[in-house]
Each structure stands twice: as C-alpha cells, then as structure tokens.
Design a protein. Structure first.
Length: 105
C-alpha cells in the first residue's frame, strides 16, 4: 500500500524551539540587546525614555510573534508588501475561456 501521511507540523522540526529560524532569533536577540543597552544608558525614570528604551525589544518581538496560517508577523508584512507593490496578473479561466485553442469537432 505504501501510503504515507505527512503531519501538518512536519516543518516545525526545521525551526529552533519549533517556532523560530536562526535569522529571526538573531533579530530578536539584537532587539533585546539594544533594549538592555538603552536601559543602561537612558534615564528610564521618565516615561518617554523608558518607552524609547523598550521599543527595540517590543518591535522585534512583534515581528517574530507566531501567528496562525502564516509563520510570523514578518512573513505577513512581507506578503502584504509584495502583494501591494507588484503587478498582479490574473488569468481568466471561467466558463467561456478556451485556453487559446479552437474547439475540435
């Protein structure tokens, strides 16, 4: 019979912790590192400086956040950007389309 059932999450084994690629973990680690650096440098007693210090970790965390039906938010943003910036070509294949061939009788 030789029928194989491939599980839906078979691609998870390629990711670190089953969620992240090395590029995404590097991006998140750099955001957290920048935040830690800002927390040491900036006077975080003021709310605006505290928010500025936390922004790199919050932004990179948002980008690598896993979401259903996509890999993460970075993938969604890339897909949206590509969809809106490239020329879309839709080929009509409706009931009256004959693929450029004449009917053979």
């Amino acid at each position: 019979m030789n029928r194989y059932l491939i599980p839906a999450n078979s691609k998870k084994s390629l990711y670190i912790f089953g969620l992240f690629t090395p590029k995404e973990l590097t991006l998140f680690a750099s955001g957290v590192g920048t935040t830690l650096l800002f927390l040491m440098i900036l006077p975080v007693e003021q709310l605006t400086f505290a928010l500025i210090a936390l922004l790199p970790a919050l932004i990179t965390g948002f980008l690598v956040m896993p979401i259903p039906n996509y890999h993460n938010m970075m993938t969604v943003i890339k897909s949206m950007f590509e969809f809106f910036t490239t020329r879309q070509r839709f080929v009509w294949k409706g009931w009256c389309y004959n693929s450029g061939e004449e009917e053979k009788k």
